[in-house]
Design a binder for this molecule. Structure first.
Ligand SMILES: Cc1ncc(COP(=O)(O)O)c(C=O)c1O
Length: 378
């Protein structure tokens, strides 16, 4: 019987344990595994850095949810990104989007620049510019849709097609969508990356990352070997927490997306707001592509406050239900002035605040923002 993704998510790790019939997976903490009488590791596990039963359960769930053939769980989203970049060779060129999680851009330019990677960036929402950028030999194209923090939507299928023609591998950071909203492999991606710290974990209490591969090939083998040798693997307890988080992800996301849409519409009409970036708004430049590519429009939005950086920061620190904090995808709503955290090289507008919508009543969230905006407008 073919199950929907929501059903698969609700049931991950709940198959009865062979010994106890427990319906929640056990956490396997062992670092080493005994050989049998023939001197073999017959259960397939040798040493926990190389493979661990709890991690294997999570990796299978991630692979199934993304429609991939293999998944690898890492100690953080950045460790997953790092493994991809480490798989490249000096002289390889990668194309990043203009708007991208700043940590990935910093890692690629500040560290892999001196390793010999050539790092260029392009507006991935402009196909002509993408085609032009791909005229130079390119090893890898990195996508984020919607992007962090300006929530711009990239046509994954169209860019993947161009990248394939140019012989480049396509990586999609799918942290903001999760496979319940967009499955990049269906649109042509080769590798899907996640910070599972966010919606998969879902409770702001687990740090983790993952890669899911469309097919098993030299690239997936090389990255698997990097995971095992460099050892930035996800620990068993975090794997277990993530499996637990995935089981409620569909209902969390449904509520978060619904509230994000309502907040976006409310803020769009608010006199103290200059702009709202949210693909669920019919006026948003990404709306049409998002309607094809996303099952829902996501739980993240960003706003440009009318006024200065100081006024935007004042709003972020004067709200009752929104914590002024980094990260996203938890049950609690968060708001953050991104230019401050991104630092001197930031291209994020000075008056932009990024919002991660939680599970609170949307009416409470609206009145909180309304009160805060009135306060900063004086
Ligand atoms: C889109 C995106 N990718 C990657 C990361 C990095 O993930 P982690 O913090 O788990 O290392 C983040 C973190 O905020 C993110 O938002």
């Amino acid at each position: 019987m073919k199950s929907s993704l929501e059903t698969i998510a609700a049931r991950v790790g709940t198959e009865p344990d062979l010994e106890s019939r427990a319906l929640s997976p056990s956490i396997q903490m062992a670092t080493t595994y005994a050989r049998d009488d023939q001197g073999e590791h017959s259960a397939g596990f040798i040493y926990s850095r190389l493979g661990n039963p709890t991690r294997q359960k999570l990796e299978s769930a991630l692979s199934e949810l993304e429609g991939g053939t293999q998944a690898l769980a890492f100690a953080s989203g950045m460790a997953a990104a790092n493994a991809i970049l480490q798989s490249l060779k000096p002289g390889d060129r990668i194309l990043l989007p203009h708007d991208i999680y700043y940590g990935v851009r910093a890692l690629a330019t500040d560290y892999f620049g001196s390793w010999g990677l050539v790092v260029d960036s392009v507006d991935m929402t402009d196909l002509k510019m993408v085609r032009d950028a791909l005229k130079k030999p390119t090893r890898l194209v990195w996508l984020e849709s919607p992007s962090n923090p300006q929530v711009s939507v990239t046509d994954i299928a169209a860019v993947s097609l161009e990248a394939k023609k140019a012989g480049a591998t396509v990586v999609v950071d799918n942290t903001w969508c999760t496979p319940l909203i967009t499955r990049p492999i269906e649109f042509g991606a080769d590798v899907v990356m996640h910070s599972i710290t966010k919606y998969f974990g879902g409770h702001s209490d687990v740090l983790g990352g993952a890669l899911v591969f469309a097919k098993e090939d030299m690239l997936s083998e090389r990255i698997h070997s990097i995971q095992q040798k460099a050892g930035a693997v996800l620990d068993p307890f975090s794997c277990w927490l993530t499996l637990r988080g995935i089981r409620s992800m569909a209902v969390r996301l449904e509520r978060q997306c619904e509230s994000a849409q309502a907040l976006a519409e409310f803020l769009f009409r608010h006199p103290s707001i200059e702009k709202v970036h949210y693909p669920g708004l019919p006026t948003d430049p990404g709306h049409e592509i998002a309607s094809r590519q996303m099952k829902r429009f996501g739980g993240m939005l960003s706003i440009l406050v009318k006024g200065s950086a100081e006024q935007a920061k004042a709003l972020a620190s004067n709200l009752h239900y929104f914590a002024n904090a980094t990260s996203l995808g938890g049950t609690e709503s968060l708001i953050e002035h991104r230019a401050s955290i991104e630092g001197p090289g930031s291209t994020t507008p000075h008056n932009l605040l990024r919002i991660s919508v939680g599970l609170e009543s949307v009416e409470d969230l609206k009145s909180d923002l309304d009160r805060g905006l009135k306060k900063i407008a004086g």
